[in-house]
Design a binder for this molecule. Structure first.
Ligand code: HH2
Length: 261
């Protein structure tokens, strides 16, 4: 299974110094993640945390493009954005994947851009928008509904000219979900994997882990992150999106060594 390392270029990540220093530190961080085993890096300049406000396009471009340029020669880069203008600039700077948490619903130009440039595309499920998604999310059957959504959006992507081989699907852990919804989705990874589109799972340090462990803060969610990654692996996920690349790579290596002995 592949590991996607997270490089956030937002004010709460690499903003201690001036602009140049911010980019430099983000690039160094990405290089370190690649060195310890990240197969690819996901670079994002707009937080999608619950309650997060949108970032203007110029600001997002200023945050991410230098970092995409600096890292795309080292390791394959994914751009985490909902804006086609940012995606286009990132692709020009070397990105090979678009990770759009709106699943191509946010910007009408996104699907066409992805089709035209031939990049890989992540279709992720989200209920509502980052600002509102954690306000009492409800489903009849969360697994059925997420699966149906992913199938529909994969169809939308194909209809826009994106080759099926370029698609990834992602159940969107934490995007409009209660703890139980997240657990049911992780447990159903095998059902998503049977859709014959590679599955990406992003559970790293997410809120449900804290809720299951006496409100552990983000910095203390590594054990839960690893447990979720191993569940995703057991269900046949093709890639996990994580902050703690070194530790997750180690866990995955041990899991596969046990399996193949
Ligand atoms: N989660 C976050 C952002 N992008 N993309 C995909 N495909 N799947 C995810 O689960 C996913 C994602 C969470 O973003 P945020 O809350 O901003 O934190 P971080 O980027 O540090 O994970």
């Amino acid at each position: 299974m592949k590991v996607m390392g997270i490089v956030n270029v937002t004010p709460d990540s690499f903003s201690d110094g001036g602009e140049f220093l911010d980019h430099e530190r983000a690039i160094e961080h990405g290089m370190e993640l690649a060195r310890v085993g990240a197969d690819m890096l996901d670079i994002g300049g707009e937080s999608t945390r619950p309650g997060a406000e949108p970032v203007p396009v110029e600001e997002e471009l200023r945050r991410v493009i230098t970092v995409v340029e600096g890292l795309s020669g080292v390791v394959p880069v994914s751009i985490d954005t909902t804006k086609a203008e940012v995606a286009r600039a990132a692709i020009d700077a070397g990105a090979v994947m678009v990770n759009d948490v709106t699943a191509l619903r946010g910007d009408p130009a996104m699907a066409g851009l992805c089709a035209e440039t031939g990049v890989e595309v992540v279709i992720m499920h989200m209920l509502g928008t980052p600002r509102t998604m954690q306000d009492d999310p409800r489903y009849g059957n969360v697994v059925d509904e997420v699966q149906e959504f992913l199938a529909v959006q994969a169809g939308v992507a194909e209809a826009a000219g994106i080759a099926r081989e370029k698609l990834w699907i992602d159940p969107g852990i934490g995007f409009g979900k209660t703890v139980e919804h997240n657990l049911r989705l992780l447990r159903a990874t095998d059902r998503f994997a049977r859709m014959n589109i590679p599955v990406l799972v992003g559970a790293s340090r997410k809120g449900f882990i804290g809720k299951l462990d006496r409100d552990a803060p983000e910095s203390e969610r590594l054990g839960g992150t690893i447990a979720a990654c191993l569940a995703a692996r057991a269900g046949g996920a093709a890639m996990v999106r994580v902050h703690d690349v070194r530790e997750v790579v180690q866990a995955l290596r041990v899991a596969s060594a046990i399996e193949s002995v």
